[in-house]
Design a protein around this ligand. Sequence first.
Ligand SMILES: *Cc1c(COP(=O)(O)O)cnc(C)c1O
Length: 398
Amino acid sequence: MISALLPNYARADLAFERGEGAWLWTVDGRRFLDFGSGIATASIGHGHPHLAKAIAEQAAKVMHVSNLYRIPQAEKLAQRLVDMTFADSVFFCNSGAEANEGMIKMMRRAMSDAGKPERFRLICFEGAFHGRTLATLAATGNPHYLEGFGPVVEGFDHVPFNNMNAVRDKIGPNTAGIIVEPIQGEGGVRPADMQFLRDLRAVCDEYGIILGMDEVQSGMGRTGKLFAHEWAGITPDVMSAAKGIGGGFPLGAVLAKEQFAKALVPGTHGTTYGGNPLACAAGNAVLDIISAPGFIEDVERKGRKLGAELDKVAKEFPTLFDNARGMGLLRGIKCVVPVGQVQAACVAEGLMAITAGENTLRLAPPLVVTDSDIDQAMVMLRAAAGKVAATVAKAAAQ
Ligand SMILES: *Cc1c(COP(=O)(O)O)cnc(C)c1O
């Protein structure tokens, strides 16, 4: 018989009761070091008192009123994001997929408003991940995710990542813009070449098309900048954010320059919950922490430390690992043995790591991770790798 909780996930048999910083405790009292952050989402760690207090206080006052009324918490969060980014205006929603839906609609509608309704197609990249709604699945383009869900939403063209010639070839009379992740998270922790991002900016300007950035995973400090595109010294026209923005509270956002944001006039797009007082209180509390002087610089430093450590580990275990890669605190090690085997060995040592495409072990600790946490994680990773390597060597000897 089917379980009461719909079994659309292959869940690990671990249930957590509480957490503190980068650590989690199971209901039966075991302690784990969380280098997955609930898929790069628990950005300021578990049980952060500032976030917990902000949510509790707002919940006791008023959680939800709908977007029929002004929401001071949302106005404040939007203004702060506008002040800190390229954007002139922000739309709030509840998830990454919903942010990307909003971004896609904004891009198409802006072209339509500019008198070019035939320009509705968006160029996306192989290995991308943009979400699980019908349109964001079409943007993702992974045939495995699309299978059995009927006609694919029209208007998405896929080209190889980091390949400018392919992008130029694909731009046609129906192209509205490009959507790119500055670092592909789900696709295997694959960073875009910074020159590629600069060239995408240039080609969008050349053709008068829109550059959309999916920073759902890479944003909110994850790579050691508030948003990863900052590393390339460019700005997108529109951008989606989610995951880390609410620190675990469901919140998504579309950030845009005025020229594009103004396409979504009343009646064109909406959400019931999106940007409600509770979610925006959470978002403001997270931003208090992330924007504190020195915080993001420290993420950058810790990211470099983690990256250097992973390079070493990858070289120490050549029978398991190909290369380490990533940016800031979003890191991956491409495995040459099944990644599930390495992940399971990590969990056995008390280290929660996640996986990504291309058989990659993904590490995305909370941004508040300490140096000592990173050191302990490396001890656990080496112990796990040692065990898997021994198994591999034994199997080879037989
Ligand atoms: C996780 C993710 C999404 C989807 O976010 P959901 O909140 O799961 O809908 C979209 N884009 C990127 C880059 C992501 O990492």
